[in-house]
Ligand binder design. Structure first.
Ligand SMILES: [Cu+2]
Length: 174
């Protein structure tokens, strides 16, 4: 299941949910005594509770399963085949590789030697494809598979001082 599949699932569930509400709204007579309104509302809440909880559970399960956490990544995109160590500082990035393979699972071990930075990877069209925090004293794992070759740019997403905006690096995927 890809992000697109999750979006489609979300839209389908939303459409079902909207259809249920339209049916409910159209089935209610315009004028009702107050006790009837309360009784109907309670019945309606009881009936809608189950589908709503079921939809939430389905969506949350899909979202968590496809989230970028390393414990799920092994199942969703596979075990990392390439490891890249990333260190950051005010104001730059040090990567121990400048070329990465396409269609292989890459594990970035991201840290910082001074303050918090945001490690963000943008594709050649300027679109954000993956990101994690770069934190002093921690190594955050970002596991990602590049399906498109090209030149990728790393930018900092956490304001880290006066030269934050020039904190750039690039690598090639081929
Ligand atoms: Cu920054």
């Amino acid at each position: 299941m890809t992000q697109k599949d999750i979006l489609i699932l979300f839209l389908v569930l939303s459409a079902i949910w909207t259809a249920i509400w339209f049916k409910v709204i159209l089935s209610i007579p315009n004028i009702q005594p107050e006790e009837e309104v309360t009784k109907n509302a309670n019945t309606l809440r009881r009936r809608l509770a189950f589908p709503m909880i079921a939809a939430l559970v389905i969506l949350l399960t899909a979202v968590f399963y496809w989230s970028p956490y390393p414990i799920f990544r092994e199942h969703t995109i596979g075990k990392p085949e390439v490891t890249v160590n990333v260190n950051s500082f005010q104001w730059g990035w040090i990567l121990d590789a400048d070329t990465l393979p396409v269609h292989k699972v890459v594990e970035f071990n991201v840290t910082s030697r001074d303050v918090n930075h945001g490690f963000a990877i943008y594709n050649s069209e300027g679109r954000l494809v993956a990101q994690t925090q770069a934190m002093p004293g921690y190594v955050n794992k970002l596991i990602f598979k590049f399906d498109e070759p090209g030149e990728y740019t790393i930018r900092c997403l956490e304001y880290c001082g006066v030269s934050h905006h020039v904190m750039l690096a690039t690598f090639t995927v081929d």
